[in-house]
Design a protein around this ligand. Structure first.
Ligand code: NAP
Length: 653
C-alpha cells in the first residue's frame, strides 16, 4: 500500500541513541571517556575534521594505555572543549553529519598512526559499517526459486558463536534450517564454562558480532554470565529459537550419494534417537569443547569431588576446603585467583610455566561515563572497537615469525623482537614476585614468548601465588590417592577437591561425531592427527559440509573469533548459493586445491613460534608436535582468501 508518506529512514544502529541529558550529566560522563574515540565522535557530531587533525596520538592503543599516550593535560583540554559541542549536538536532535569515505579513512589512519590502505583498509571499512549496513547480510533476491529453497534444508550443528551466526545468515537467505545443540541453551563454550572467574580474554568490544551495537558491555573483558546472556538475547532477537533443538547431540553424519543429502543422526538427553535429512550441513561445534582429562594413575580413587573445569558442579561448596587445581592455562589462571581467599589451601600443579602479559583493565568495569558515551555518542563504539582491534591486526603474524638469522641456540627466542618481548614479560613476572625468590624459577618459562597461548594478569595471578595458603607445585604428579595428590618426589599433598583445568582435545575436530562422506570415507580416518580443510571450511570427500572454526583457524594472534566466523559463514553461504543457483546437487572442494592449501598452511605455520620445538606441551600441537589447529594468516589475509568464493576451487556436480 502506498500512503504518499516517504518512509522514515531507520537510524544507523551505530549512530548512538539520541539523548536529552542535561549538561551536568554530560560533564560527568566526559570525565570517563576514551579521548581518541571521543575525538573521532566529535568529527561525526560536527563534520569538522580538525578535531582529529589537531592532535597527534603518541601511541597505539593497548590495554595498558587506552588513551593512546595522550597526556593528562591534553586529555583535560579535549574534555573541556568537547562539552559544549556534545550539548550542541544534543540540542540539534542528535543527528550526526555525513562524512566522506576519504575523511573516514583519514580518521582510521589517524588512529593507526600511519596511512591505512589496501585490503587492511577495505577490511576495516567493512567492519566499521559507517553506513549502518551489515555488508555480510544475505541478499539473494529472487535468484533462488522458492521451491528450491524449500527443498534445501540445512542442519547447523552447535548453537555457539558460529552456529548462531550461521542461523542468522540462513534466516536472511530464506532457507529452512535447524540448529542442533547438545546443551540446554545457546552460547556454546560460554554456556558450558561457568567456573569461578570465567571471563573473555579478548576485549569485549571486538568479541561480538560486527552488525550488533557493542555499546552495552559492563567490563572491558566481560564475565561468562554476561556473554551467555548476550548469546541468548541474539538468538531471541533474530527469531532463531523456533529453529533450535536443544539438549540434542548429533552422533553421526552420513552422506547419501544417491540422494545427494546428509543423514544427520541425533540423540536427545533422554536417549531418544532420531535422524534428520539435510541438503547441507554446517558444523559449528567449536574446537575447545571436548574436555581433556589427564591420564594420571589413581584418578578414580579420589574420595572427594573431582571434575574438569568445564564441568564445575553447580552446588560445589569450596569454603574452607583443601583445593587442588591441576593445570594452569587460560582457565587455571582465572580460577585460582578467584577462589584463593575462599579455600583453606590451594595447591596449583603447573606442568609448564606460562608467559603472561600485564593487563591493568582485565577485570575493570567500563566506567559509567564511558558507557554513556558508548551508548549515545555517534560512532564512538565503532571507533573504540577499531582502536582495540587495530593494533593486533596491524602487525599480522610478524611478531610470531622465526627470524632465520637469529641465533636460536638456547631455544627461548625466535627473533630480536621476540627476545625483547620475552624480557618485557619477564620483568612483569619478576615485579609480581618481589619477596618470593623461591617462586622465580618456577614461574619463568623456558620457551619463546607467545609460544603457547599467552595469558593475562592484572596482578592477581602473581599475587595469588604469593598468598600464604597457596602453593605452586612444578614437580610432576605421580598418582592420585583417595586423600590427595602424590608427586614423583614422594610428597603427598592432601586435598578435599580436585579440579582438572587441563584443557580440551583441540586437535580432534568434529569429534565425537562419526562423519562418513563420499564412498564411505571416514572423516576421522582421513584426518588422523592431521586435520585439514580448505580455508578451514571445506574437506575433500565431504560435499555440502562446511566447518566453522575448523582445522587451522584458531587464532593465537589478533582480533577475535567473531571476525573469523563472519568470513567462514560467508564462504559457506556462497558455496550453498553456488549449488542452488547452478542446478547442481553438491559442491565439494577440489582435492588438488585443498592439498596445495594444506601444504601452504603447514609451511607457514612451521615458521611461526607456536611450532617451536622447545614447546614440549601445547594444546596447539598434535601428538607428533605439529600444529594443525592454528591459523598462520594475518586477519586481513584470511579476509581476502575467504571473501569471494572462486568456483574454480570447487567441483559442482
Ligand atoms: P590449556 O591452555 O590447554 O591448559 C591446560 C593446563 O593443564 C596446562 O597448564 C597444561 O600443562 C595442564 N595439563 C594438561 N594435561 C596435563 C597433564 N596430563 N598433567 C599435568 N598438567 C596437564 O587449557 P585451558 O586453560 O582450558 O585453555 C584452553 C583454551 O581455551 C585457551 O587457549 C583459550 O583458547 C580458551 N580459553 C579462553 C578463555 C578466555 O577467553 N578467557 C578462558 C579459558 C579458556 P601444559 O602447559 O604443560 O600443557
Amino acid at each position: 500500500m502506498t500512503t504518499g508518506v516517504p518512509p522514515v529512514a531507520a537510524r544507523n544502529p551505530h549512530a548512538g541513541v539520541p539523548f536529552g541529558d542535561d549538561d551536568a550529566v554530560i560533564a560527568a560522563a566526559v570525565e570517563d571517556m576514551n579521548i581518541p574515540a571521543l575525538l573521532c565522535s566529535l568529527v561525526h557530531m560536527t563534520g569538522d575534521p580538525s578535531w582529529v587533525r589537531r592532535w597527534r596520538l603518541p601511541l597505539l592503543a593497548s590495554a595498558s594505555d587506552l588513551q593512546c599516550g595522550l597526556s593528562a593535560a591534553d586529555q583535560a583540554t579535549v574534555r573541556r572543549e568537547a562539552l559544549p559541542v556534545i550539548a550542541s549536538y544534543r540540542d540539534r536532535g542528535c543527528e550526526p553529519r555525513a562524512l566522506s569515505p576519504d575523511l573516514q579513512l583519514e580518521m582510521m589512519s589517524w588512529l593507526a598512526g600511519r596511512p591505512l590502505e589496501g585490503r587492511l583498509a577495505d577490511m576495516f571499512f567493512e567492519d566499521m559499517q559507517f553506513d549502518g549496513a551489515d555488508r555480510r547480510a544475505i541478499g539473494w533476491g529472487d535468484e533462488v526459486p522458492a521451491e528450491v529453497k524449500a527443498a534445501s534444508h540445512v542442519v547447523v550443528i552447535g548453537c555457539g558463536l558460529s552456529g548462531i551466526l550461521a542461523g542468522i545468515r540462513l534466516s536472511q537467505a530464506g532457507l529452512p534450517f535447524t540448529i542442533i545443540e547438545k546443551d540446554e541453551g545457546p552460547g556454546g563454550t560460554w554456556w558450558e564454562n561457568h567456573y569461578p572467574g570465567a571471563r573473555v580474554d579478548v576485549g569485549s568490544h571486538q568479541y561480538c558480532y560486527a552488525f550488533e551495537p557493542s555499546d552495552h558491555w559492563s567490563e572491558y573483558y566481560c564475565q561468562q554470565p554476561e556473554l551467555r546472556d548476550y548469546f541468548v538475547a541474539v538468538v531471541d532477537q533474530y527469531g532463531l529459537r523456533p529453529h533450535c533443538r536443544f539438549q540434542t547431540a548429533v552422533t553421526a553424519l552420513t552422506w547419501d550419494e544417491a540422494g545427494a543429502r546428509w543423514r544427520v543422526e541425533t540423540r536427545g538427553a533422554d536417549g531418544t534417537v532420531d535422524a534428520i535429512d539435510a541438503r547441507f550441513v554446517v558444523s559449528a561445534v567449536g574446537s575447545l569443547n571436548l574436555p581433556r582429562l589427564p591420564d594420571i594413575p589413581g584418578m578414580d580413587t579420589f574420595a572427594g569431588p573431582s571434575f574438569h573445569s568445564a564441568r564445575w558442579p553447580e552446588d560445589l561448596d569450596i569454603s574452607g576446603r583443601r583445593f587442588a587445581q591441576i593445570g594452569a592455562g587460560a582457565t587455571g589462571f582465572q580460577i585460582a585467583p578467584t577462589i584463593a581467599d575462599d579455600v583453606a589451601t590451594l595447591t596449583i600443579y603447573e606442568r609448564t610455566a606460562q608467559w603472561m602479559f600485564p593487563n591493568p583493565v582485565y577485570k575493570s568495569a567500563v566506567p559509567p561515563g564511558d558507557r554513556w558515551a558508548l551508548r549515545h555518542l555517534p560512532f564512538y563504539t565503532r571507533w573504540f572497537r577499531f582502536l582495540m582491534t587495530y593494533p593486533g591486526i596491524s602487525t599480522g603474524t610478524t611478531p610470531f615469525r622465526r627470524d632465520p638469522d637469529y641465533p636460536d641456540d638456547d631455544g627461548v627466542a625466535i627473533s630480536e623482537a621476540n627476545a625483547a618481548r620475552g624480557e618485557q614479560l619477564k620483568a612483569w613476572i619478576l615485579s609480581g614476585l618481589q619477596g618470593r625468590p623461591d617462586l622465580i624459577d618456577k614461574c619463568l618459562p623456558d620457551y619463546p614468548a607467545s609460544g603457547k597461548r599467552i595469558v593475562q594478569d592484572d596482578g592477581s595471578w602473581l599475587g595469588c601465588l604469593c598468598k600464604p595458603n597457596v602453593e605452586l607445585v612444578r614437580t610432576t604428579i605421580e598418582r592420585i590417592v583417595p586423600n590427595g595428590v602424590i608427586t614423583v618426589d614422594g610428597t603427598l599433598r592432601e586435598a578435599d577437591i580436585i579440579c582438572f583445568a587441563t584443557g580440551f582435545r583441540h586437535n580432534e575436530f568434529l569429534a565425537p561425531m562419526e562423519v562418513t562422506g563420499r564412498n564411505g570415507t571416514s572423516l576421522r580416518q582421513q584426518w588422523g592427527d592431521e586435520p585439514t580443510a580448505y580455508l578451514g571450511v571445506t574437506v575433500p570427500n565431504f560435499p555440502n559440509l562446511f566447518c566453522l572454526y575448523g582445522p587451522g583457524t584458531n587464532l593465537a594472534h589478533s582480533a577475535s573469533l567473531f571476525f573469523h566466523s563472519e568470513y567462514q559463514v560467508t564462504h559457506a553461504m556462497d558455496a550453498i548459493r553456488a549449488v542452488l543457483t547452478s542446478g547442481a546437487r553438491s559442491i565439494e572442494v577440489r582435492k588438488d586445491v585443498h592439498d596445495t592449501y594444506a601444504e601452504w598452511h603447514q609451511r607457514e605455520i612451521s615458521e611461526l613460534v607456536w611450532a617451536h620445538p622447545s614447546i614440549k606441551h601445547s594444546h596447539y600441537k598434535n601428538p607428533a608436535g605439529k600444529v594443525y589447529t592454528l591459523s598462520p594468516w594475518p586477519i586481513d589475509q584470511y579476509w581476502e582468501l575467504t571473501r569471494v568464493l572462486d568456483p574454480n576451487d570447487y567441483v559442482l556436480a
